[in-house]
Ligand binder design. Structure first.
Ligand code: PMP
Length: 381
């Protein structure tokens, strides 16, 4: 089958199986925790009191302003008024950006493990991907491999920080080094930053837009689904210098044209919440993460360090399990009733098979039950 044939994602498949088997679903990344009532109230207010008709194509001015303020406050970014396009989730922002950037025959460098949307979108635009890989177990960024991979047809690089699935982040000096390469070879940099608000170890999130060499050639992708833990709202955005943003807007116009007006209002209101709301929200997630990490560590699992995202990864060999993630995930689901995602699913070539991704955004009793099942699985194989 051609690689661009429709294929159901591993997340969808695992969730469907988990439902069918009544398993605990630590596979797909979505929260099953208390939803912030102030956000629900904002959405209800928006439906009743704001608008239910088309908003401006690039998004409500109030929301675009709120996004610019949020990034000025949290990341020191100065974003132009016409530098933000509101989209239907980070996914549409990725699609509109790649359709704007990639021409038939262009080569794009992707970094494995990688989020599954990048490759099909590049191929749909007529481009080709070249892969480099983070190096486990610390998932270091392969700068030398990036430099070596850049060829005459290379037009761009897709980055993801914090990284899904492994939770590591790109620091300023690495982004500067990538910026130097991008400038020397006239490349664009698309940076998927949807996890920027979910960082648990105090590491500062740095966007390529904050790097002078990249300010005009980078596109930043964000998602309210992650910042506010409302994944079903599907409100996201692309941020770029105005000339690039206009290119993205031209694609967004015919992909979806606009995104649900009341939810745009709700997200604009959510951004008006004070910074301590974000800290308290994050603290609840941090507690869930600590519960799963501590429980699994006590049960003998080797849990790898991760700065951000809603995921942790287990090193299978270090946990005394076979380094065959797909097989372990299958047995874990069918025998122990816990759904996970094999990290090899995030590779297009030369996959790592020794790691399993688990989502921790669940209620304490669910996490405890999952730990018990995983511990039993590890003891009995
Ligand atoms: N990029 C990454 C790395 C993600 O993990 C996700 C969601 N899981 C997305 C993009 C898509 O974001 P959204 O749900 O806002 O479309």
């Amino acid at each position: 089958m051609a690689s661009n044939a429709p294929k159901t994602t591993v997340f969808e498949t695992m969730s469907a199986l988990a439902r069918e088997l009544g398993a605990i679903n630590l596979g797909q990344g979505f929260p099953e925790m208390e939803e912030p009532p102030e956000l629900i109230a904002a959405a209800q207010r928006a439906l009743a009191e704001r608008s239910n008709q088309y908003p401006p194509m690039r998004g409500l001015p109030e929301l675009r302003g709120a996004i610019r303020d949020y990034y000025a406050r949290t990341q020191g970014l100065e974003i132009a008024d016409d530098g933000v396009i509101v989209t239907s989730g980070g996914t549409e922002a990725l699609a509109a950006s790649l359709l704007a950037l990639v021409r038939p025959g262009d080569e794009v460098i992707l970094v494995q493990p990688l989020y599954d949307a990048y490759l099909p979108l590049i191929e749909w635009a007529g481009g080709r991907a070249k892969f480099i890989s983070l190096t486990p177990p610390d998932w270091a960024f392969p700068l030398a491999a990036l430099a070596a991979a850049i060829g005459p047809e290379t037009r761009g690089i897709v980055l993801n920080t914090p990284n899904n699935p492994v939770g590591t982040m790109l620091g300023r000096s690495m982004l500067e080094a990538i910026g130097t390469l991008a400038q020397a070879h006239d490349l664009w940099v698309l940076c998927d930053e949807v996890w920027e608000g979910m960082v648990f170890d105090g590491t500062a999130h740095v966007s390529p837009l904050a790097i002078p060499a990249l300010a005009e050639r980078a596109i930043k992708i964000g998602s309210a689904g992650k910042i506010f833990s409302m994944t079903g709202w599907k409100v996201g955005w692309a941020v770029a210098a105005p000339a690039l943003a206009a290119q993205i807007a031209a694609r967004h116009q015919f992909l979806t044209f606009t995104t649900a007006t009341p939810l745009q209002w709700a997200v604009a209101d959510a951004f008006a919440l004070p910074q301590h709301w974000h800290s308290a929200h994050l603290a609840r997630y941090q507690a869930a993460k600590a519960r799963l990490v501590d429980g699994l560590t006590a049960a003998g699992f080797a849990v790898l360090p991760a700065s951000g995202t809603w995921f942790i990864t287990i090193d299978l060999a270090g946990s005394g399990l076979p380094a065959d993630d797909a097989a372990v995930a299958e047995r874990l689901l069918r025998q122990a009733g816990v759904a996970s995602i094999p990290v090899s699913a995030f590779y297009a070539e030369k996959a790592e098979h020794g790691f399993l991704r688990l989502c921790f955004t669940k209620q304490p009793e669910v996490i405890d039950q999952a730990i018990e099942r995983l511990a039993q699985f590890r003891r009995t194989g």
